[in-house]
Design a protein around this ligand. Structure first.
Ligand code: CA2
Length: 142
């Protein structure tokens, strides 16, 4: 079982800035705990600050991955191109947001990605990624 996690712009700063919103852990450290907890799966992590690079990556993995956990960062609220890429691939995509975007500025309340995602996990911190993987794993095995 191969799952992919994709983080969008600025999420490389996790654990380094704004801990009151995004927590203290870097994603690289958190990813190690996910790999330990999902030993039975092959997990891959990709982060980019560039929309086109994320789209290329979705095209590359989106017909073979058993599931994609995707936090598009601020592109969530702006990118028709990302939504089109997700609609074009066959792998299941779960949209995850660390913060509760609905409790924040109104421009964060709309997502171009949500309509083309299988489901959405919002506001549960980094646990959202774990819960999304748990869902994907259960869906394939139970
Ligand atoms: O809550 C989320 O996961 C977001 O996708 C994070 C995006 C934001 O634009 C979305 O509205 C919600 C921002 C990511 C910025 O990440 C940082 C992490 C640490 C320090 C500074 C920024």
């Amino acid at each position: 079982m191969t799952f992919h996690i994709i983080n969008g712009p600025n999420l490389n700063l996790l654990g380094k800035r704004e801990p009151e919103i995004y927590g203290n852990s870097t994603f690289e450290d958190y990813f190690v705990t996910l790999q330990r907890d999902f030993k039975m799966c092959e997990l891959h992590y990709f982060q980019s600050n560039h929309e086109g690079a994320i789209i290329d990556h979705l095209h590359n993995i989106g017909f073979s991955s058993d599931g994609i956990v995707f936090n598009p960062g601020a592109y969530t609220h702006t990118s028709v191109a990302l939504a089109d890429a997700i609609a074009a691939i066959s792998s299941l995509v779960i949209e995850v947001h660390i913060s509760n975007t609905f409790a924040r500025e109104s421009f964060r309340h709309h997502s171009y990605v949500s309509p083309v995602a299988k489901g959405i996990i919002v506001g549960l911190g980094l646990d959202g990624y774990r819960l999304a993987l748990q869902y994907l794993y259960t869906k394939h095995y139970c």
